[in-house]
Design a protein around this ligand. Structure first.
Ligand SMILES: NC(=O)c1ccc[n+]([C@@H]2O[C@H](COP(=O)([O-])OP(=O)(O)OC[C@H]3O[C@@H](n4cnc5c(N)ncnc54)[C@H](OP(=O)(O)O)[C@@H]3O)[C@@H](O)[C@H]2O)c1
Length: 330
């Protein structure tokens, strides 16, 4: 049998050689074309996010709803939406933080606010939110709320793991599905609305040591891009923002750098791209990272995971060593 195959290959080799050459040329050309196309898209996105004005947003409706609204990226959306003249509903856990941020933006931008203090790790909160939002013309929903691990860790070693994993899944995914189902009917009726979903670069490919967080962010991406297709002919714009590190409490990065924007810079860049881009990193370095990971996950999937592992493992060891020292000290 093997001899027969060898014989056939021997007979066919004069024909196979030129065919392989053609296949190689086509494959390399396709790769180069794809790379140039993606680079051009990234350039255009970055141009829009730096030089275009934020479009009018009141055209979507009088009110915007932002989840996870009192800190970081959520607070920056609240501020920028209010700056554009929208009244804002702020939803987070801590009532005092909600009251403080609501007062700040009422005074600064002369808009109305409403606050709802709920914990998105719980699944019984949605009837209350529905009642509180009843009667408001809501044009924009920002599904921003999210939580991660206390530090990068293996699935089985996450402190208080069962509870933490359930909370993370409810907060990062259930909230987005339930809030969209609650508010999109009125948008569909008016044939007008905008839903902004916040994913993460970690959702683009698996991230060892942040397995559950990364998986919830993949969910956000799949949900968002599918929903965008479902409702694009029904007047609802569904927009996916895919940030890398942003200087907030969650990332632990205190000062913005050229690679880590402030929440305000990230949100302004993202809002400038509304109506132009449905899926974006929101900031030049995040656009570049999204482009590299989008390509890398097909060609070098294991390498991408190794890079993530080596990037996160030192933070894990730092926390574990600190805990060990504490234990030995007691
Ligand atoms: N920062 C980054 O580098 C980064 C990178 C990629 C993706 N993201 C994503 O961006 C989103 C915002 O992140 P961030 O960095 O701005 O976070 P953050 O600074 O930690 O702010 C989180 C906000 O959500 C609220 N919140 C947290 N848990 C909640 C819960 N269980 N129920 C209700 N509200 C809750 C917090 O207020 P209370 O504590 O008062 O509830 C706060 O207002 C998240 O989805 C995150 O995954 C962030």
């Amino acid at each position: 049998m093997i001899d027969m195959v060898r014989g056939l290959v021997g007979v066919a080799s004069p024909f196979l050689a030129p065919m392989w050459n053609v296949i190689s040329v086509v494959a390399v050309s396709a790769l180069v074309y794809f790379a140039i196309y993606r680079l051009a898209c990234m350039g255009v996105a970055t141009f829009i996010q730096n030089f275009f004005p934020i479009p009018s947003l009141v055209k979507f409706g009088k009110w915007a709803v932002v989840t996870g609204a009192t800190d970081g990226i959520g607070k920056a959306y609240v501020q920028e939406l209010a700056r554009k003249g929208l009244n804002v509903v702020l939803i987070s856990r801590s009532k005092d933080k909600l009251e403080k941020v609501a007062k700040e933006i009422e005074n600064e931008f002369r808009v109305e606010t409403k606050i709802i203090d709920v914990d998105f790790t719980e699944t019984t909160i949605y009837e209350r939110i529905r009642k509180e939002l009843d009667g408001l013309e809501i044009g924009i929903l920002v599904n921003n709320v999210g939580m991660s691990y206390p530090y990068p860790e293996l699935l089985l070693d996450i402190p208080n793991g069962d509870r933490r994993c359930m909370d993370l899944i409810n907060c990062n995914t259930t909230s987005m599905v339930m809030m969209s189902r609650m508010l999109m009917p009125q948008m569909e009726q008016r044939q007008n609305g905008l839903v902004i979903n916040i994913s993460s670069i970690s959702g683009l490919c698996g991230v060892p040591l942040l397995t559950v967080y990364a998986a919830t962010k993949s969910f956000v991406e799949t949900f968002s891009t599918s929903l965008e297709y479902e409702y694009k002919e029904r007047g609802i714009l569904v927009h996916l923002a895919i940030p890398g590190y942003v200087a907030t409490a969650m990332s632990g990065v205190r000062e913005p750098t050229i690679y880590v924007p402030s929440a305000t810079d990230f949100v302004r860049g993202d809002l400038r791209s509304i109506g132009w881009l449905n899926r974006t990193g929101g900031y030049w370095f995040h656009n570049l990272t999204v482009m590299l990971i989008d390509g890398g996950k097909y060609f070098l999937p294991q390498t991408m995971k190794s890079i993530m592992w080596y990037f996160l493992h030192p933070s894990r060891m730092k926390v574990l060593n600190r805990q060990n020292k504490k234990l030995k000290g007691t």
